[in-house]
Design a protein around this ligand. Structure first.
Ligand SMILES: Nc1ncnc2c1ncn2[C@@H]1O[C@H](COP(=O)(O)OP(=O)(O)O)[C@@H](O)[C@H]1O
Ligand SMILES: N[C@@H](CCC(=O)OP(=O)(O)O)C(=O)O
Length: 373
């Protein structure tokens, strides 16, 4: 019997400037409307959608009536600052037609490299998704200098897919997918339907962007696909103009070029948790918490913690011990040692009262935890 494939649970949709402008010098509202309609349809199917949108610089140029500017960073930042507000307003009104709220996250490479900022971005993203709000992400071009930039939204969207623990990344562009040569330069170029593994030969097929608006061309899309595919996320490069492309792809239709995930995201994450971060401290938990973790796969709440050992920062790896001292597992702690000391044994509802703030009710989330076999 053929196995029925379930649809994705969390999809990152990256829309390049080429899609949003249809390679003209202005944003195309009709195109954006159709894309918003499809993303709303996904939400109604119960799929979490995160939109990673380019187009701020193009929108800024259009809004200021195509000013003659230099190619300096400051002038590009000026365009991004003006254009980003146009872009987000555009998306906001389009999603409102489907009774959906949006939340804007402007990120830089520095936000993704610094662990504290990374965790904060992750929490914001989770909170938006939990409330059914569509996160809309772009690079914070108005403040990002060369040193702190990701630099292109293909790579940014792959990092966001990892941050959000998405299971699918759609890179939508002006071409039907990855071809064996740049189709703008070679009319005989053939579409490649599936790439199980990105090797040098595949990278050699990718050219840069031949439009003046896009950043990076196919090369940055392959960099993004490499990051996400290896992290256990399915990636597809396809044409944003293809009718119903987002809904089709999210439901496993064969469109564009597919880069199938190399293992499940959770599996990869658990491997990384086991092999990666060093242990900085320990939490001793009571019998009820031990049962919740080991029997019903729950997260660890403050209430189940009886003792804190060692010094650790928010996001550090801690060992989980039971009251007889046996190791139950390990996980990333969402509060630092000082905070855990104050909230251990408390009901989650009282965390804010004691600390004056909170990072959520969970101290170690089950997705950030590996248990002893
Ligand atoms: N092997 C290839 N297959 C498809 N497109 C390619 C290839 N090599 C280079 N390209 C170019 O990449 C462009 C898409 O990238 P880009 O202009 O950065 O768009 P976006 O704004 O969607 O990110 C295409 O228009 C195409 O000219
Ligand atoms: N952050 C920039 C887009 C950068 C970028 O990667 O562009 P693109 O290659 O069109 O996805 C902007 O909003 O204009």
């Amino acid at each position: 019997m053929q196995k029925v494939r379930q649809h994705y649970q969390r999809v990152v949709v990256k829309l390049g400037t080429s899609v949003l402008t249809g390679n003209s010098d202005r944003l195309n509202r009709n195109v954006m409307q159709q894309l918003a309609q499809q993303m709303a349809q996904l939400r109604n199917q119960g799929i979490d959608v995160i939109l990673c949108t380019s187009g701020a610089i193009a929108a800024g140029r259009e809004h200021l009536n195509f000013p003659i500017l230099s190619e300096t960073m400051a002038d590009k930042q000026l365009l991004a600052a003006v254009g980003q507000s146009q872009l987000i307003q555009g998306w906001q009104s389009l999603f409102q037609e489907h009774h959906l709220q949006v939340g804007q996250l402007l990120l830089t490479g520095a936000d993704l490299r610094n662990r504290k900022r990374y965790l904060n971005a992750k929490d914001t993203l989770s909170a938006l998704l939990e409330h059914g709000i569509i996160p809309i992400i772009n690079e914070n071009d108005a403040v990002a200098t060369a040193e702190i930039k990701v630099g292109d939204n293909d790579n940014l969207s792959a990092r966001v897919a990892l941050l959000a623990q998405a299971d699918c990344l759609l890179l939508l562009t002006d071409q039907a997918g990855l071809f064996d040569a740049d189709p703008r330069l070679n009319s005989n170029a053939q579409l490649i339907q599936e790439v199980p593994y990105i090797n040098e030969e595949i990278v050699g097929l990718a050219g840069g962007s031949s439009s003046h608006l896009g950043t990076g061309g196919m090369l940055t899309k392959l960099q993004a696909a490499t990051i996400a595919q290896r992290a256990g996320i399915d990636v597809v490069i396809a044409a944003g103009a293809e009718p119903n492309v987002i809904v089709g792809l999210a439901n496993h239709e064969r469109i564009g070029t597919r880069f199938p995930a190399q293992s499940s995201p959770l599996e990869r994450r658990k491997q990384w948790l086991l092999a990666g971060p060093k242990v900085s401290g320990a939490l001793v938990i009571d019998a009820g918490a031990e049962q919740a973790l080991t029997q019903t796969g729950r997260s660890l709440l403050a209430k189940g913690i009886v003792e804190r050992q060692g010094l650790f920062q928010r996001g550090d790896m801690v060992q989980l011990l039971n009251e007889t001292g046996s190791v139950i597992g390990r996980g990333l702690c969402r509060y630092d040692h000082d905070e855990v000391e104050k909230i251990k044994g408390l009901h989650s509802a009282n965390i804010t009262q004691v600390l004056g703030y909170d990072y959520g009710k969970v101290v170690v989330h089950r997705n950030d935890m590996v248990l002893e076999a």
